[in-house]
Design a protein around this ligand. Structure first.
Ligand code: PPE
Length: 304
């Protein structure tokens, strides 16, 4: 059960948490036509701040554009509303969930006149894959479920309906005793976790799948920048399953998952079976950034 907050921003105003409801015939509930974001705010040295807020808002609008949803607000308005929501809930470190979806009106697939509703919620959310996962690494299963073909899911959009695929993979992995699922694309190359991007390290070089059948994560982007600043070579290329098995290190990135080491895949130990040295450097770099300890990237923080 999540930790409830006080208010949720709905279509321009803050409403009490318990009254933030929609009609059961909301179009998106039936057909998946919603786009969302996952953002974190942190309590840093200089106070609370939201990590890469404009980039997340921009992706929300890109996602809506890809689906042909007309956003009834500007990006500036959503940025301000996000700050307002976190402040009104008295939160600093929290997870933020903006969502825009095709609302109530006509039923049936073609409902171009239905309103696009926008909501923003925030609540405290601890480590996504466990505190122990962050320090010791998690166990991952390459999924029997496959990411949708690039013409079935346009993955630069973070679409509610796409997550059926992720939820099925996650349920399968958990039922098999793993922490998380890793999905391949339709060609069999590694794509991404159920809710994270993948990185592998071999001989000091960092590799990550090409952004075709994946959501190109904002954490992925941040980690690539931080890695290159530290002198690492980062290569985006198609990666096979056996390359992961023989990697020295592997880790997941995501707003929720942050930087989570992978210690085992399909019953094979990855590297030393614990958080690797490169993973540790990048995890520390990431946490320094989000907590306001990296002067170079203060620009990634929007103070609360
Ligand atoms: N791939 C997928 C499929 C994905 O869902 C996420 C985020 C990422 C990559 C990483 O993207 P970014 O957050 O921009 O670095 N997953 C979100 C949802 C998690 C959830 O369970 O809900 C998140 O991390 O907020």
């Amino acid at each position: 059960m999540l930790t409830e907050g006080k208010v949720i921003w709905m279509d321009g105003k803050l409403v009490p948490w318990g009254e933030a409801n929609v009609h059961v015939l909301t179009h998106a509930l039936h057909y998946g036509m919603g786009v969302f974001e996952g953002i974190r705010a942190y309590q840093g040295a200089d106070g609370g701040a939201i990590f890469r807020l404009p980039e997340h808002t921009r992706r929300l609008f890109d996602s809506a554009h890809i689906l042909g949803l007309k956003m009834p607000f500007s990006q500036d308005e959503i940025n301000r509303a996000t700050l307002e929501t976190v402040r009104a809930n008295g939160l600093s470190a929290c997870y933020i969930r903006p969502i825009a979806f095709l609302g109530y009106g006509a039923m049936g697939l073609y409902a171009p006149q239905n309103p696009v509703n926008v909501s923003i919620a925030a609540w405290p959310w601890g480590s996504y894959l466990g505190e122990e996962g962050l320090s010791k690494g998690i166990r991952v299963q390459v999924s029997g479920f496959v990411r949708n073909h690039v013409n079935s899911a346009m993955t630069r959009a973070k679409v509610a309906g796409y997550y059926v695929n992720s939820v099925l993979a996650k349920m399968e992995a958990k039922a098999s005793g793993y922490d998380e699922a890793l999905l391949t694309d339709t060609s069999g190359f590694l794509a991404e976790g159920a809710g994270e991007n993948l990185f592998i390290v071999r001989d000091g070089v960092i590799h990550t799948p090409v952004p075709t059948a994946i959501l190109p994560g904002i954490t992925r982007d941040s980690v690539m920048i931080l890695a290159r600043e530290r002198g690492y070579t980062v290569v985006e290329r198609p990666i096979t399953r056996d390359e992961l098995y023989i990697a020295d290190e592997a880790f997941f990135t995501g707003s929720a998952a942050e930087v989570t080491p992978i210690r085992e895949v399909d019953h094979r130990v990855i590297g030393s079976g614990k958080r690797g040295p490169v993973t540790e450097v990048l995890q520390n770099a990431y946490f320094d950034c989000v907590n306001g300890r990296d002067p170079k990237h203060k620009g990634w923080l929007t103070p609360l």
